[in-house]
Design a protein around this ligand. Structure first.
Ligand SMILES: [Zn+2]
Length: 446
């Protein structure tokens, strides 16, 4: 048994945070080459082949392999991203890019999304190779750029152009593994699917004119406000999926609450009034196609009635829904009265993806996590956000989102820290994750 990995993984995470690979969605952001350098330094050495891919300048991903002995045995990919979303230091108690270690807790952007896992995955690969491990199946680590945008400079690109190097039959990436207490015991969520990210661009039209005489003008901004209002209020049809039924059963809610959470006739009223806001949002998102108006560009000058407003809407679709179905829901949300003013310019076709739980990887995850976190049970869930898992699922891989966290992390903290302020993680969670990847790889790849 090698030495305790806590110190090493903690230092690696702090370095990745300090690299500040902030992805603002523009091709020139991210600068993930910095963290590719650091990860390369950790991974290189006997037993591991390391390659780097830079489809766009600075947007570099690193791929490491421990080649299996048996070409017919499966390949397991540990997939971690190296980019992070921006952070506004004003809301933070510590420097978001300082990587400070205070009382056994590492602070900084990416501490839970998901530099913690990326660091622990890379270190686990190095430790396995150092131990002389020669598995039957192949272990791949991919530390990728651009997860926080659309993956076109990272996992999406690798899945399309470097599948032989970075692809595989089974994948583990974010997010899951936070211990959740239920009356029936502690549950560890494993993300087996995720909603589609069918982001839409709308254009609202009006007629320009002098803003000093606004009466009965066709002001695109006023019309857009009504469109925004309608989108914000839109609830749409309730769809109880098998994934949601499984989740409600697994969480062992009080029988009355469980029944309401599964009843299409009662669900909408329930989520409007349920005091448990986190559960209300989760229940709503897992049973509806959601629409959130998020970006609005309008107007040119204070004294000009605007003739054009561009509006972006974050739409998240359920498994099985096509882009055409989402468009129809969008039309319904806008409504016939405003439809004549609104043009749907684009709906990104990025549908939901789902993996089976009837797989050897599920069995291995359940067995190993039960050993490392005694008394816990794995529960398959669908995440509402998008991860790089979707690019692998679409190539036929089974992909799960998982990790392990200590009891110091609660689900409420975890959700609040994702893209939020004061993102941080305790070092016990980091150690647990390194152990998880090592034991999972040994158990699954032989
Ligand atoms: Zn992430």
């Amino acid at each position: 048994m090698r030495e305790d990995p806590t110190a090493e993984v903690t230092e690696l995470l702090r370095q990745l945070i300090r690299n500040g690979c902030v992805n603002d969605g523009t091709p020139g952001s991210g600068h993930e080459h910095r963290s590719a350098d650091v990860l390369h330094g950790v991974l290189e050495g006997p037993g591991v082949d390391v390659e780097r891919f830079e489809p766009t300048p600075g947007r570099e991903s690193v791929v490491a392999r421990i080649e299996g002995r048996d070409p017919s045995a499966p390949t397991l990919v540990l997939l971690g991203h190296t980019d992070v979303v921006p952070a506004n230091p004003e809301g933070w108690r510590r420097d978001p890019f300082g990587g400070e270690l205070v009382d056994g807790v590492v602070w900084g952007r990416g501490a839970v999304d998901m530099l913690n896992l990326t660091a622990s995955m890379a270190l686990a690969v190095r430790r396995l190779a150092d131990g002389g491990w020669r598995p039957a199946g192949t272990l791949v680590f991919a530390g990728v750029a651009d997860e926080e945008a659309l993956g076109e400079h990272g996992a999406r690109w690798l899945a399309d152009h470097a599948w032989d190097e970075a692809g595989g039959d089974y994948v583990i990436t974010e997010s899951g593994g936070v211990p959740v207490k239920t009356p029936a015991g502690t549950r560890l969520h494993v993300a087996v699917g995720e909603k589609g990210a069918m982001w839409a661009k709308l254009r609202v039209r009006g007629t320009p004119g002098h803003a000093s005489r606004p009466l009965r003008t066709d002001n695109a901004l006023v019309t857009a406000a009504r469109v925004v209002e309608r989108l914000g209020a839109f609830r749409g049809p309730v769809l109880i999926t098998e994934a949601w039924e499984r989740y409600v059963a697994g969480m062992a809610f009080e029988p009355e609450l469980a029944a309401a959470l599964l009843d299409p006739a009662r669900l909408d009223d329930l989520v409007e009034t349920l005091p448990r806001l986190d559960l209300a949002r989760q229940a709503h998102a897992c049973t509806h196609t959601t629409m959130a108006p998020t970006v609005l560009h309008a107007g040119t000058k204070t004294n000009v009635i605007p003739d054009r407003v561009d509006l972006e809407v974050d739409i998240r679709s359920l498994p099985g829904q096509t882009a055409d179905e989402v468009r129809a829901l969008l039309d319904e949300a806008v409504g016939p009265e405003l439809a004549g003013h609104v043009e749907v310019l684009e709906v990104i076709d990025d549908p939901a993806t789902l993996s089976s739980v009837d797989t050897p990887l599920w069995d291995a995850v359940a067995e190993v996590s039960g050993r490392l976190a005694p008394g816990t049970t794995c529960l398959p869930t669908m995440t509402t956000g998008a991860t790089d898992a979707r690019f692998y699922r679409r190539r036929g891989a089974t992909a799960y989102g998982f990790g392990l966290f200590s009891d110091r992390m609660t689900m409420a903290q975890y959700s609040a820290m994702f893209h939020g302020d004061d993102e941080r993680i305790d070092v016990d969670s980091l150690r647990l994750s390194v152990q998880l990847w090592e034991e999972l790889a040994r158990s699954f790849l032989g």
